[in-house]
Design a protein around this ligand. Structure first.
Ligand code: AMP
Ligand code: MG
Length: 344
């Protein structure tokens, strides 16, 4: 199969992509978070192709993407007022809500759960594709399972060229980490995954928020969890990633002490001068956390090389979008964190 590259700014693209969705095939779609691997979310055979293409475990459910907030009523029931308030505040945008699923949603989309994750993405051509297809698009991130997510059409081609019908090229994703996921099916709203909508923003609308333990710690692979995807290895390049915390100078001293040929350093632009001779790769500016979220996955992909030994990584501190960057980098590092202040 020849994978078509459809430029987002061409008039014909939305219709071509929608037609591929309608016949039950796969199209990678751009969003403001990451590229998704999309299929007709109501067609079990089409959805099954996503799992095959990604090598995704069957118990890891997908997100249903809708073109307008009101469409969630077709796929969810018992929708609480909080869901409407969040949609009003943040949609279209990088927020996914978990709600009770209607029977119209196939079990393979929800991985057999009684709930479904829904999101309205902030991307004009992708919403147009959903409208023209006339169905919600089920889409996880378009990377091969376990690998860093896809934030450009080239990343998608790297993982799926010749295996999917098309990728819609909308340029690099602005946010660069996957959507924030909040579960609204319990007594209290629960943050399952941090993303572009921050915990602080959610609290402002909801007045309450529990942070699920999978956000901050490694979950055992046999554990029963609210978001099944969270127990799997994620975002990891082939090399071992080790986060080194602490001040710029102390962390650099630790890393320079332990650095061996073949290792790499993943750091902030401001730190590049500290790592001469240590093949540093900057993923953004510490002073502008948006550049870190936008650049993280492209950098982790660059480091996905069997010849690299250890990747010493620097992680931003604090809340806001930095919280989402910490979560992805900690998962890529399997929560291995060294305190750079403790040695030397
Ligand atoms: P991805 O888009 O690749 O990040 O995958 C979608 C994420 O949404 C996975 O981590 C899923 O576990 C999560 N998710 C999807 N549906 C549900 C659901 N019904 N309940 C909890 N988490 C979900
Ligand atoms: Mg993913």
């Amino acid at each position: 199969m020849k994978t078509l590259v459809l430029p987002a700014n061409l008039q014909s693209t939305a219709e071509k992509a929608a037609n591929i969705i309608k016949i039950g095939e796969l199209v990678a779609i751009p969003t403001e978070t990451v590229y998704g691997l999309g299929a007709d979310g109501l067609n079990p055979e089409a959805v099954a192709k996503i799992f095959v293409a990604k090598g995704r475990p069957q118990d890891n459910p997908l997100i249903l993407h809708v073109a307008e907030a009101k469409d969630i009523e077709k796929f969810c029931h018992s929708i609480p007022a909080a869901a409407y308030a969040l949609a009003e505040a943040f949609w279209p945008g990088p927020l996914t809500m978990v709600l009770p699923a209607r029977d119209t949603v196939p079990k393979c989309t929800t991985a057999g759960l009684p709930t479904v994750a829904v999101r309205c993405p902030d991307n004009t051509v992708t919403r147009q594709i959903i409208r023209l297809a006339g169905v919600p698009i089920a889409a996880p991130s378009a990377n091969l399972s376990g690998k860093p997510s896809t934030t450009t059409a080239d990343h998608v081609l790297h993982d799926h060229d010749g295996k999917i019908e098309a990728v819609v090229d909308g340029g690099p994703c602005k946010i660069g980490v996957e959507s924030t996921i909040v579960d609204l099916t319990e007594d209290r709203p629960r943050l399952l995954r941090p993303g572009g909508i921050t915990p602080e923003q959610l609290l402002e609308v909801l007045g309450d928020l529990v942070v699920d333990k999978a956000v901050t710690a490694q979950i055992d692979k046999d554990a029963v969890v609210k978001a099944p995807g969270m127990k799997y290895k994620h975002y990891a390049p082939q090399a071992e990633v080790l986060i080194v915390s602490g001040s710029r100078e102390k962390a650099a001293a630790y890393i320079r002490n332990h650095f061996a040929p073949g290792d790499r350093v993943l750091c902030f632009e401001e730190e590049l001068p500290l790592y001469g001779g240590c093949s540093p790769l900057a993923y953004g500016k510490e002073s502008d956390v948006q550049t870190l979220s936008a650049g993280l996955f492209a950098a982790l992909r660059q480091l996905d090389d069997p010849n690299i030994g250890t990747v010493y990584a620097r992680c931003p501190v604090g809340g806001g979008v930095a919280y989402a960057v910490q979560n992805r980098l900690k998962k890529a590092a399997a929560f291995r964190i060294i305190d750079g202040e403790a040695e030397v």
